[in-house]
Ligand binder design. Structure first.
Ligand code: FES
Length: 164
Protein backbone atom coordinates (compact mmCIF):
# COMPACT_ATOMS: atom_id res chain seq x y z
CA UNK A 1 0.00 0.00 0.00
CA UNK A 2 1.48 3.37 -0.92
CA UNK A 3 1.35 6.46 1.28
CA UNK A 4 -1.73 7.89 -0.44
CA UNK A 5 -3.68 4.69 0.04
CA UNK A 6 -2.65 4.46 3.69
CA UNK A 7 -3.61 8.07 4.39
CA UNK A 8 -6.87 7.76 2.46
CA UNK A 9 -7.79 4.71 4.56
CA UNK A 10 -7.23 6.65 7.81
CA UNK A 11 -8.81 9.88 6.55
CA UNK A 12 -12.02 7.94 5.93
CA UNK A 13 -12.43 7.61 9.68
CA UNK A 14 -12.74 11.39 10.14
CA UNK A 15 -15.75 13.56 9.28
CA UNK A 16 -13.30 16.00 7.69
CA UNK A 17 -10.31 14.28 6.06
CA UNK A 18 -8.06 17.23 6.93
CA UNK A 19 -8.34 16.16 10.59
CA UNK A 20 -6.17 13.17 9.74
CA UNK A 21 -3.07 15.35 9.49
CA UNK A 22 -1.31 13.91 12.55
CA UNK A 23 -1.62 10.21 11.66
CA UNK A 24 -0.81 11.14 8.06
CA UNK A 25 2.39 12.87 9.16
CA UNK A 26 3.29 9.89 11.27
CA UNK A 27 2.89 7.57 8.28
CA UNK A 28 4.91 9.91 6.06
CA UNK A 29 7.67 10.12 8.66
CA UNK A 30 7.79 6.36 8.87
CA UNK A 31 8.06 6.12 5.09
CA UNK A 32 10.63 8.85 4.50
CA UNK A 33 12.60 8.73 7.76
CA UNK A 34 11.82 12.36 8.53
CA UNK A 35 9.41 15.00 7.31
CA UNK A 36 11.35 16.46 4.42
CA UNK A 37 9.74 19.04 2.17
CA UNK A 38 8.60 16.34 -0.27
CA UNK A 39 6.88 14.41 2.53
CA UNK A 40 5.13 17.54 3.86
CA UNK A 41 3.93 18.50 0.39
CA UNK A 42 2.70 14.98 -0.29
CA UNK A 43 0.66 14.96 2.93
CA UNK A 44 -0.75 18.40 2.12
CA UNK A 45 -1.74 17.26 -1.35
CA UNK A 46 -3.38 14.04 -0.15
CA UNK A 47 -5.37 15.83 2.58
CA UNK A 48 -6.13 18.89 0.45
CA UNK A 49 -4.43 21.21 2.91
CA UNK A 50 -2.15 24.20 2.34
CA UNK A 51 1.46 23.04 2.86
CA UNK A 52 1.94 25.70 5.56
CA UNK A 53 -0.85 24.11 7.64
CA UNK A 54 0.92 20.75 7.50
CA UNK A 55 4.26 22.39 8.30
CA UNK A 56 2.75 24.12 11.34
CA UNK A 57 1.64 20.79 12.80
CA UNK A 58 4.92 19.05 11.94
CA UNK A 59 7.00 21.69 13.70
CA UNK A 60 4.77 21.95 16.78
CA UNK A 61 5.05 18.37 18.04
CA UNK A 62 8.37 16.89 19.10
CA UNK A 63 7.41 13.43 17.82
CA UNK A 64 7.75 14.80 14.29
CA UNK A 65 11.19 15.38 12.79
CA UNK A 66 11.68 17.98 10.08
CA UNK A 67 15.43 17.37 10.05
CA UNK A 68 17.11 14.02 9.33
CA UNK A 69 17.42 11.57 12.20
CA UNK A 70 19.23 8.26 12.26
CA UNK A 71 17.57 5.00 11.32
CA UNK A 72 17.70 4.45 15.03
CA UNK A 73 16.68 7.63 16.80
CA UNK A 74 17.82 7.36 20.40
CA UNK A 75 15.83 9.52 22.80
CA UNK A 76 17.22 9.41 26.29
CA UNK A 77 15.21 10.81 29.17
CA UNK A 78 17.31 13.13 31.32
CA UNK A 79 14.55 14.28 33.63
CA UNK A 80 14.75 13.84 37.41
CA UNK A 81 13.98 10.15 37.96
CA UNK A 82 16.14 9.06 35.06
CA UNK A 83 18.93 11.43 36.05
CA UNK A 84 18.93 10.03 39.61
CA UNK A 85 19.13 6.52 38.12
CA UNK A 86 22.11 7.20 35.86
CA UNK A 87 20.92 8.75 32.60
CA UNK A 88 23.79 11.25 32.56
CA UNK A 89 26.27 8.37 32.48
CA UNK A 90 24.26 6.61 29.77
CA UNK A 91 24.29 9.79 27.71
CA UNK A 92 28.07 10.11 27.98
CA UNK A 93 28.41 6.44 27.08
CA UNK A 94 26.16 6.77 24.01
CA UNK A 95 28.00 9.86 22.79
CA UNK A 96 31.36 8.19 23.29
CA UNK A 97 30.40 4.89 21.63
CA UNK A 98 28.67 6.53 18.66
CA UNK A 99 31.07 9.51 18.43
CA UNK A 100 28.27 12.05 18.14
CA UNK A 101 26.67 14.63 20.41
CA UNK A 102 22.95 15.09 21.12
CA UNK A 103 21.31 16.58 18.03
CA UNK A 104 23.73 14.88 15.65
CA UNK A 105 23.47 11.89 13.28
CA UNK A 106 26.28 9.37 12.79
CA UNK A 107 28.14 9.57 9.47
CA UNK A 108 26.50 6.36 8.24
CA UNK A 109 23.02 7.68 9.06
CA UNK A 110 22.40 4.81 11.45
CA UNK A 111 22.02 6.64 14.78
CA UNK A 112 20.97 9.99 16.18
CA UNK A 113 20.72 11.07 19.79
CA UNK A 114 18.43 13.51 21.52
CA UNK A 115 17.75 14.14 25.16
CA UNK A 116 14.12 14.37 26.11
CA UNK A 117 12.04 15.26 29.12
CA UNK A 118 9.96 12.68 30.95
CA UNK A 119 8.97 9.68 28.81
CA UNK A 120 6.24 8.82 31.29
CA UNK A 121 7.93 5.73 32.64
CA UNK A 122 9.65 7.13 35.72
CA UNK A 123 9.11 3.92 37.71
CA UNK A 124 11.43 2.06 35.34
CA UNK A 125 14.10 4.76 35.04
CA UNK A 126 16.44 5.22 33.32
CA UNK A 127 14.54 5.02 30.04
CA UNK A 128 15.76 5.12 26.46
CA UNK A 129 13.34 5.27 23.55
CA UNK A 130 14.66 3.81 20.29
CA UNK A 131 12.25 4.74 17.51
CA UNK A 132 8.94 3.44 18.93
CA UNK A 133 10.33 1.09 21.54
CA UNK A 134 11.21 1.73 25.18
CA UNK A 135 14.26 0.23 26.90
CA UNK A 136 13.66 0.56 30.63
CA UNK A 137 15.77 0.16 33.74
CA UNK A 138 18.69 0.37 31.36
CA UNK A 139 22.15 -0.54 32.63
CA UNK A 140 25.39 0.57 30.92
CA UNK A 141 26.28 -2.95 29.78
CA UNK A 142 22.78 -3.41 28.30
CA UNK A 143 23.17 -0.13 26.43
CA UNK A 144 26.44 -1.31 24.86
CA UNK A 145 24.84 -4.58 23.77
CA UNK A 146 21.83 -2.74 22.38
CA UNK A 147 23.94 -0.33 20.33
CA UNK A 148 26.01 -3.19 18.95
CA UNK A 149 22.94 -5.21 17.96
CA UNK A 150 21.30 -2.20 16.29
CA UNK A 151 24.50 -1.41 14.40
CA UNK A 152 24.41 -4.91 12.93
CA UNK A 153 20.77 -4.75 11.85
CA UNK A 154 19.46 -3.13 8.70
CA UNK A 155 16.10 -1.38 8.43
CA UNK A 156 16.59 -0.50 4.75
CA UNK A 157 16.78 2.96 3.22
CA UNK A 158 14.12 5.62 3.01
CA UNK A 159 13.95 8.13 0.24
CA UNK A 160 14.47 11.46 2.05
CA UNK A 161 17.31 10.30 4.22
CA UNK A 162 20.54 12.18 3.62
CA UNK A 163 23.70 10.56 4.97
CA UNK A 164 26.00 13.17 6.50
S1 FES B 1 11.87 11.02 34.44
FE1 FES B 1 12.53 9.65 32.88
S2 FES B 1 10.67 8.64 32.33
FE2 FES B 1 10.03 10.09 33.79
Amino acid sequence: MDLRQEIDAIAGNYPDRRSAVMPALYLAQDKYGYLCRKALEEVADILDLAPIRVYEVATFYTLFHTEPVGRYHLQLCTNLSCMLRGSEGLLSQMCQELEIEPGQVTADGQFSITTVECLGSCGTAPVLQVNDRYYEDLAPEELSRLLQSLALSDRGTRTCRKPR
